[in-house]
Design a protein around this ligand. Structure first.
Ligand code: BES
Ligand code: ZN
Ligand code: ZN
Length: 492
């Protein structure tokens, strides 16, 4: 992507599309960037009103660009970074639909939002919406559907002001990368494939190291629950440990732990039809952690970060792990399998306890598509956050505000813990009924974390969706990459 600045409206040259922003004053559209005395026909006719998120494609003989897109921002005092993401997300989709390769974006100047924030919101919207997963289409893929954008010219800003746009592009590439991983076939994205992706992230960077624990090392390290969940699959389980030393002088170390179930059949407690089809996305937590790691390294954040991925396929087979059996965990507690479909908490329990012992984190965040109940609780716009550490929780909530990747806290209610009591083992992997399923998942994990400040993000409802939003595509969303990258910036 070529990103350039053009000093003023009159200095710009041709291009495929010019984006012209409008605010609304007393219900009427008013240009939010300087365009001389020019006016557009759809404004004269009243067809374009400048409402927030309203976009209208038109032509103008006096413009050097092939087409013009009028972009509504609504009343000036209501414009926010998020409303810019939405307006420019919609614009981005219009631009792609008319195959625009070169965009001239007239940067709005707004009271109350400085140019850095304007550029931040605008470019995130443009980039995040400019995504399509085409890898699995062949015969029906039309040239029109290939992503066209090649060059972005920001009009009315100095070259030094482009920093937030370049940052947004780096971040967007990490989000695309995560979306691709989550969207791809489960037979492609196996535990071994995730390991290779992680190795590629470490390659050629002296600040990054990668270890992959295959079956033999998993046994040696006593990561028995990861082995158990993966033992029925043709694709063997792995645990991946990526480390980035971005601030060697600091003792702070954040560890992200991701659920990397590359396909969740439910195991012997087999999921019924209609509940299994999306289960290639059950590595969404791992995708999010790896994508955040990629972004942190690419942005050169001054943080010490590790990413641990517990990856297995929860397959059904003669050798699958069994409901009712009791297994050892890395932490030493025995676990009764109440349901083989509650597999995510098992692999995470081992990865969390191992991380505490071997990586000595100053704080730890796990990210996982853990429970269907998370969607029942908060719907598919908001992820569930469980965290008893006030400082960590507040920082995550601040990052959530900043990125609009929404999270909402659920309490880790101590009195529900007894639901996990087992008569045969130290703990059981499911509760008694369907109540508070998301919290029960969190309480199980809590048993495997010592006093390390820890947060649990259940992203089951937001990692993939069956509909698009203004700047987020249908299916894999890449949720959490922006949230956690922002968290790392805010808290370092
Ligand atoms: N991967 C699922 C959770 C899930 C469901 C993610 C729907 C995305 C969409 C998880 O492993 C699972 O099956 N959880 C069970 C837990 C239950 C057996 C306690 C669930 O939510 O039903
Ligand atoms: Zn499951
Ligand atoms: Zn699962």
């Amino acid at each position: 992507m070529k990103i350039t600045s053009v000093p003023s409206f009159s200095k710009r040259k041709g291009g495929d599309l010019c984006l012209v922003p409008f605010i609304q004053v007393k219900g009427k559209p008013l240009p939010a960037a300087s365009i001389g005395k020019h006016t557009f026909l759809p404004i004269v006719t009243g067809d374009f009103k400048g409402k927030a998120g309203e976009v209208l494609l038109t032509h103008d003989a006096q413009f050097p660009e092939k087409r013009v897109l009028l972009v509504g921002l609504g009343p000036e005092k209501e414009v926010t970074i998020e409303s810019l993401r939405c307006a420019y997300g919609k614009s981005s989709k219009k631009a792609a639909a008319c195959c625009a390769q070169t965009l001239n974006v007239l940067v709005p100047s707004l009271n109350g939002l400085d140019v850095q924030n304007v550029l931040h919101g605008l470019s995130e919207g443009l980039f995040l919406a400019h995504y399509r997963f085409n890898h699995l289409r062949k015969a029906t893929l039309k040239a029109k559907e290939l992503l066209p954008l090649k060059q972005l010219n920001l009009v009315g800003v100095a070259p030094q002001a482009l920093h937030p746009v370049k940052e947004a592009w780096t971040l967007a590439q990490a989000v695309y990368w995560t979306r691709d991983l989550v969207n791809n076939n489960a037979d492609i994205v196996t535990p071994h494939y995730l390991a290779n992706c992680a190795k590629a992230l470490a390659k050629g960077n002296s600040k990054v190291s990668c270890r992959v624990f295959e079956e033999k090392q998993l046994k040696k390290e006593k990561l028995n629950l990861i082995l158990k969940v993966g033992q029925g699959a043709v694709h063997p389980p792995v645990m991946i440990v990526l480390e980035y030393k971005g601030n060697p002088r600091s003792k702070e170390k954040t560890v992200l732990v991701g659920k990397g179930i590359t396909y969740d059949t439910g195991g012997l407690n087999l999921k019924p039809s209609g509940f299994m089809e999306d289960m290639r996305t059950d590595m969404g937590g791992a995708g999010c952690c790896l994508g955040t790691f990629k972004a942190a390294v690419a942005l050169g954040l001054k943080v010490n970060l590790a990413c641990v991925v517990a990856s297995a396929e929860n397959a059904i087979d003669g050798n699958s792990y069994k409901p009712g059996d009791v297994y050892d965990s890395y932490a030493g507690k025995t676990v009764e399998i109440g349901n083989t479909d509650a597999e995510g908490r098992l692999v995470l329990a081992d990865a969390l306890a191992w991380s505490v012992d071997h990586l000595k984190p100053t704080r730890m965040i796990d990210v996982c598509t853990l429970t269907g109940a998370a969607r029942i609780a908060l719907g598919d716009h908001i992820a569930s956050l469980m965290c008893d550490d006030e400082c960590l929780r507040t920082q995550l909530q601040q990052a959530s505000e900043a990125t609009h990747e929404r999270v909402w806290p659920l309490p880790l209610v101590e009195s529900y813990r007894k639901d996990l009591d087992s008569t045969r083992a130290d703990i059981k992997n499911i509760g008694r009924g369907r109540n508070a399923g998301t919290i029960i998942g969190g309480l199980f994990l809590k048993e495997f974390v010592d006093s390390t400040p820890w947060a649990h993000l259940d992203i089951a409802s937001v990692a993939d969706r069956d509909h698009e939003l203004d700047y987020t595509p249908k299916e894999a969303t890449g949720f959490g990459v922006r949230l956690l990258t922002s968290f790392l910036c805010i808290s370092s």
